[in-house]
Design a protein around this ligand. Sequence first.
Ligand SMILES: *Cc1c(COP(=O)(O)O)cnc(C)c1O
Ligand code: SF4
Length: 362
Amino acid sequence: MGIKGERKIATTDEKSNRGPWQDVDEADWQDWRWQVRNRVRTEKLLDELLKDAPEISRLRRTVIRTYPFAVTPYYFSLMKPRDAGDPIRLQCIPDPRELTFSLGGVEDPLEEGRDMPLPGLIHRYADRCLAMVTHSCMMYCRHCNRKRFWKAGRAEKARLGAMIDYVAATPGIREVIVSGGDPLTLPEAVLDSFLGALRAIPHVEVLRLGSRVPVVLPMRITPSLVRMLRKHRPLWFNTQFNSPRELTKEAALACRRLVDAGIPLSNQSVLLRGVNDTCETMRELLYGLQRISVRPYYLFACDPVRGADHFRVDLWKGMEMMERISRSTSGLCVPRYVMDVPGGKGKMPLQTFSLLNDSFLP
Ligand SMILES: *Cc1c(COP(=O)(O)O)cnc(C)c1O
Ligand code: SF4
């Protein structure tokens, strides 16, 4: 399984939670390259680690043929592997339910294809556009609304060049959202020159980076990466913590490095059944984010995307939950609960009219 390093005796609780990796050298564990090299990505290793019933493993193999998987040892170690309802496990382990289309999930519910003036660039709102610079991710989130792209490769250099030309030729764009996939899977130099080229366009005032790396591979936020990113400020960093269990010491350090470099951090969670769909869990997540200087920005209703139906939470249940939370929680902790309206109509806030709904609140 590629674990190297001399045997060491685990001395802290954290180490003993590293399961099969508890003997890995601390320096290796904290090295993002080691984490990437040692990602769990074969069915065989997954079966060994999870020890599920054979029928479950067999079904999982079918899922993997449609939707691949990869999990960093770091993220894997946050999981209670034998608990099928574990919020970490739900987000990263292929689940037979991904292949049930009973609720009619579609591949591209947001019709992102419609607002693409060129491959990978979505220009839906006049003043900003979203550039999907890669389809790769450090980990494949099972609830991802772009899972249809997972088999496509990385956007080649020519494509990035075409995106820059489009933005340069469109003076209305003042903000570019660099997204994917996960842009932090690109080589540092490629990302640096892409951000630099956008920065050189006079009408581009602000850059935004969307990445789940602080959650799934926080050790990738190295001082050298942060030095590169800070050159391109004003740069806003949006990440995606979904569970309070993801708020580890490592994640907090990654966030602190970014904030210390003058890069404001926001969070876009997805409301996921079994992961964060109770008031208690959601409040713990929101408080935890505020403690590490991450501003909760959006809470997305899970899109009706094929392969993620089992994560969807009733919209009204979500509205009631967020209504309760917003009444009793610091405004700095409360994200906007929104849904992406199918058919490319954009984001719509999901809010109850408080006065009308007093009857169902305590
Ligand atoms: C969400 C989104 C944006 C960014 O919208 P904000 O409300 O500014 O966060 C931009 N383009 C597309 C296509 C989006 O889906
Ligand atoms: S990091 Fe983002 S794009 Fe990648 S799998 Fe997770 S949700 Fe999807």
